[in-house]
Every structure is written in structure tokens, then in C-alpha cells.
Design a protein around this ligand. Structure first.
Ligand code: HEC
Ligand code: HEC
Length: 217
């Protein structure tokens, strides 16, 4: 009996040691990826997205350190945005220029900016009236996001952009529209939130339906 207890004790100790080594290895890998990502970021992205990712670079770039943005996208979404870029906007496609490793390290670095967990209230299905959506879009969004979502440099992103629409879900467009990005020109649009537009939920759904309809135009 004593012997069995003794072996059990040894096994538990070994288990604990393995766990500690593993988590150390894991943390090490992770911090290496983040440091490597920061290097690439400073070389390639800082000029537009800025030192802190707030979009305060010398050229046009968006606030990719924004908590609403980071909470609305998966690592894979960030990866796709970087890899495929956005045609005809200032955002280049890095697929041809960076290695898979570089891309993944960049994602790890950007994810480190997330400090909050936010639960958004979003309708489960988003299917509205595109004609009304267009009307409301022209009233509230066109001044910055341009005619039919074409985008305007430094004013508003290109919502009709094929890469944006391909790698962004209706729910994500809804969140972007409704909750906005604090600290940028994109304030919240949803009624009841702290924004100038105060648009009701069903109109936001209509706008998203309209934006989605631009995909094949
Ligand atoms: C005053 C200018 C302005 C207005 C008006 C405005 N936006 Fe924006 N919008 C922006 C800017 C600037 C960004 C990018 C924010 C950043 O720097 O991260 C943005 C980002 C977005 C995003 C995230 C898109 C992306 O590229 O990831 C969505 C979605 C969006 N806006 C939808 C709308 C809709 C729909 C309306 C109208 C209800 C609207 N916006 C009104 C300026 C504006
Ligand atoms: C020449 C300026 C420029 C450079 C360099 C640049 N970006 Fe961008 N990036 C932009 C602009 C502008 C947008 C928004 C495009 C639009 O109008 O839809 C954007 C969009 C993005 C998005 C989508 C997020 C959003 O705001 O909707 C991510 C993620 C991103 N960039 C990451 C990067 C990373 C990582 C790098 C470096 C490898 C990089 N960018 C380099 C200008 C730039």
C-alpha cells in the first residue's frame, strides 16, 4: 500500500513538472510570435495604422487597436484582411509579400491589443429591405463612405469592396455600423447608444442588406 501511494506521488510530481515546462514553452512561443509580429508591423504597417494601431500613422489607416473592432473579428478574419487587403483602397494585399509565419505573427501581435471582452447585441438573421437601406445609407453614411460604398480616403472605408464583403459577415457589418469605433470618425449609429445618428435597429438591418447587395455590382 505504501509503495502504491509512493508511486502515485511520484507520478503526480512528474505530471506537475511536465505541465510547468509545457506552459512555459507555450508562453515562450506566444511571446516570440508577438515580438516577431511587432517587428513586421513596425516595418510594414505603422506608417498607416500608427504606432499604437489607432490609425495615427502618417498615411491613411484604420483603428485596428479598437476594442469594438477586435471583439467583432476572429484571428482568421484579421489574417484574411492582411493577406487579401482591399483592392483600390490604401490597404495593400500582403499575401504575395509576407510569409505565412509573418502573417500569423502579425495576427498574434494585433490580438495583444485586445483588453476588453464585449458582447454585442446583434439580430440572428439579417434580411431587410435594401431599398430602404439605400435611402438611409444615402442620408447618414454616404458623406463618409462614398457613393454606393465606394469609400473615401481618410473619411470612410470602402464598404462595397469585394475583399471586405467576402471576408466580413452580415453580423460584423451590423456590429460595425451599430456600435462604431470609439475614438475614430465612426461613431455608434444605433439608437440608444452614444452617437449622433440614433438609427433604429430595423433601419440598420436594411442598411446592411443594402451593403450586401453591392457585392455583385
Ligand atoms: C463621419 C464619417 C462617417 C460616417 C457618417 C459613417 N462612417 Fe462608418 N466609418 C468611418 C470611418 C472613418 C471608419 C473607419 C474607422 C477606423 O478608423 O477604424 C468607418 C468604419 C465603418 C465600418 C467598419 C468597416 C471596416 O472597414 O471594417 C462600417 C461597417 C461602417 N463604418 C458603416 C457605416 C454606416 C452603415 C454608416 C451610416 C449609418 C456609417 N458608417 C457612417 C466614417 C464614417
Ligand atoms: C498604405 C497604408 C496602409 C498600409 C501600409 C497598411 N494598411 Fe491596413 N488598412 C489601410 C486602410 C486605408 C484600410 C481600410 C481600407 C478601406 O478603405 O476599406 C486598412 C484596413 C486594414 C485592416 C482591416 C481592419 C479594418 O479597419 O477594417 C486590417 C486588419 C489591416 N488593415 C491591417 C494591416 C496590417 C497588419 C498591415 C501591415 C502588414 C497594414 N494593414 C498595412 C491602410 C494601410
Amino acid at each position: 500500500m505504501k509503495k502504491i501511494l509512493y508511486s502515485l506521488y511520484i507520478i503526480i510530481i512528474i505530471g506537475i513538472i511536465i505541465c510547468i515546462i509545457n506552459s512555459d514553452l507555450f508562453n515562450n512561443e506566444k511571446s516570440k510570435a508577438i515580438a516577431a509580429g511587432e517587428k513586421v508591423y513596425n516595418q510594414q504597417c505603422l506608417i498607416c495604422h500608427g504606432e499604437t494601431g489607432r490609425g495615427e500613422g502618417k498615411n491613411a489607416g484604420t483603428a485596428i487597436n479598437n476594442q469594438n473592432y477586435l471583439n467583432a473579428v476572429s484571428d482568421n478574419d484579421i489574417y484574411n484582411s492582411i493577406k487579401y487587403g482591399r483592392e483600390k483602397t490604401a490597404m495593400p494585399s500582403y499575401g504575395p509579400r509576407l510569409s505565412e509565419n509573418d502573417l500569423n505573427n502579425l495576427v498574434a501581435f494585433i490580438r495583444e491589443w485586445q483588453t476588453e471582452e464585449i458582447d454585442f447585441d446583434v439580430p440572428k438573421t439579417i434580411a431587410g429591405n435594401p431599398e430602404n437601406g439605400e435611402r438611409v445609407y444615402n442620408l447618414y453614411c454616404l458623406s463618409c463612405h462614398g457613393e454606393a460604398g465606394a469609400g473615401k480616403l481618410k473619411m470612410g472605408t470602402a464598404l462595397a469592396n469585394p475583399q471586405y464583403l467576402k471576408y466580413t459577415t452580415d453580423q460584423q457589418i451590423w456590429i460595425g455600423t451599430a456600435y462604431g469605433r470609439e475614438g475614430t470618425r465612426m461613431s455608434a449609429s444605433l439608437k440608444g447608444l452614444d452617437g449622433i445618428r440614433q438609427i433604429k435597429e430595423s433601419d440598420i438591418t436594411d442598411i446592411v442588406t443594402y451593403i450586401r447587395s453591392l457585392e455583385n455590382k
